[in-house]
Design a protein around this ligand. Structure first.
Ligand code: NAP
Ligand code: F7E
Length: 329
């Protein structure tokens, strides 16, 4: 039986990945940080699984990471999904973001080397690292791939670049089987409620449940013109696993190859509840604009398709429908 450790088990991707690995009959050790309230909402359904173990740990604390590896030194695969993952928050808490999203990855990699852990390592890199290398391209002919230059536009993206380079350095310097997945935005029913897609579908759900009350507080959003390449989280965790099954470690872009604005997401989401015109329900609020924006993201995952045989299973329309239906019911 293979054993995997997942840092970031309580997050959207951690929970999907744990489901996938348990299905594949792995023993899964999930690492969650201490919280004053219950942070296991997304993994409730696996807490009593006999192959699942929950351990407390924090990746900003190297001692904590070392203790986890000492207890599970026979681990086969290590997935680092832990991060302060909210871009807007990273402008307000840049040092914390650096400690978790940047240095946290180093703590894991250095512990692997120092303890001589013979395991494969996955780092959750991000399309945010590409940043502002493309302006809005309404003809939508531009793509980012593994060769595209990083031009990070937030403390989050800079921390992710550091972790990404650390992952490639440890591969080259110490021969670790470490791969980074450069994942574009991926969403779903388990997405955090402050990311734009879930914020929209959650609001629609609450509004529908209110009987479409005209006095319902409006949906307050920031920039509606940015383009994102949105996929379904359940599809993307399969790519993470596939990367660690390869003989040689490499980095891969994972995306759908399609891009849409937030405005288009709103169109499709509101149409699912019978609203063609949402303009009276949404307010643009300066509070939700960022000091710097990433205008245009659209990935090219031909490498993952060719080497891993990975391809996304859900379209943009499927994704929006799934999320709206979940939040409305
Ligand atoms: P998420 O829902 O925000 O989950 C982040 C996880 O990290 C949570 O389990 C969180 O714990 C944990 N965490 C935060 N600080 C920690 C610390 N100091 N020590 C240990 N764990 C800590 O993020 P996600 O959407 O699942 O994304 C997974 C990873 O992929 C992240 O690294 C993210 O940056 C990256 N990524 C995401 C996307 C995307 O579109 N979703 C795209 C590219 C890359 P709590 O539950 O206690 O907060
Ligand atoms: O913003 C705009 C916002 O916060 C998307 C993370 O998973 O994917 C995610 O980062 C867009 C931006 O995701 C609101 O300005 C408008 O242009 O949903 P988001 P993100 O910043 O793209 C990447 C790949 C990651 O790696 C990250 O971890 O939507 N937007 N109005 C808004 N965004 C939010 N959050 N809230 C608004 O009210």
């Amino acid at each position: 039986m293979k054993k995997a450790i997942i840092f970031g088990i309580t997050g959207q991707d951690g929970s999907h990945l744990a489901d996938l690995l348990l299905e594949k009959e792995y023993e899964v050790v999930g690492v969650s940080r201490r919280a004053s309230t219950d942070n296991t909402q997304r993994i409730k359904h696996i807490l009593s699984n006999e192959n699942f173990y929950l351990m407390q740990g924090d990746i900003t604390d190297a001692y904590s990471v070392i203790n986890i590896f000492k207890k599970h030194s026979n681990v086969d695969e290590i997935y680092n999904l832990a991060a302060q993952s909210h871009v807007a928050v990273s402008f307000k808490q840049p040092a914390l973001t650096w400690d978790i999203t940047g240095k946290g990855c180093l703590n894991i990699l250095q512990s692997i080397v120092d303890l001589g852990i013979d395991a494969r390592f996955y780092q959750a890199s991000s399309s945010e690292m590409f940043g502002r290398n493309y302006d809005i391209d309404r003809s939508q002919n531009k793509f980012q791939n593994e060769d595209t230059k990083f031009m990070p536009q937030s403390p989050y993206a800079i921390a992710k670049c550091a972790a990404h380079y650390m992952t490639t350095l440890f591969r080259e310097a110490y021969g670790i089987h470490s791969s980074a997945g450069i994942l574009f935005n991926h969403e779903g029913e388990r997405r955090g409620e402050t990311f734009v897609t879930r914020k929209i579908t959650k609001w629609i759900g609450d509004w529908v449940k209110s009987g479409k009350d005209l006095n319902f507080p409006k949906l307050r959003l920031g920039n509606l013109e940015a383009f994102r390449d949105w996929g379904y989280a359940g599809d993307y965790v399969e790519a993470m696993w596939m990367m660690l099954q390869q003989d040689s470690p490499q980095d891969y872009v994972i995306c759908t190859g399609k891009t849409h604005t937030i405005r288009e997401f709103l169109d499709v989401a509101f149409l699912h509840v019978g609203m063609e015109d949402w303009s009276d329900l949404v307010v643009q609020d300066p509070e939700f604009y960022r000091p710097a924006e990433v205008d245009y993201l659209r990935g090219d995952c031909s490498k993952a398709n060719k080497i891993l045989g990975w391809t996304p299973k859900h379209s943009f329309e499927d994704l929006v429908k799934k999320m709206v239906e979940h939040d409305v019911s």
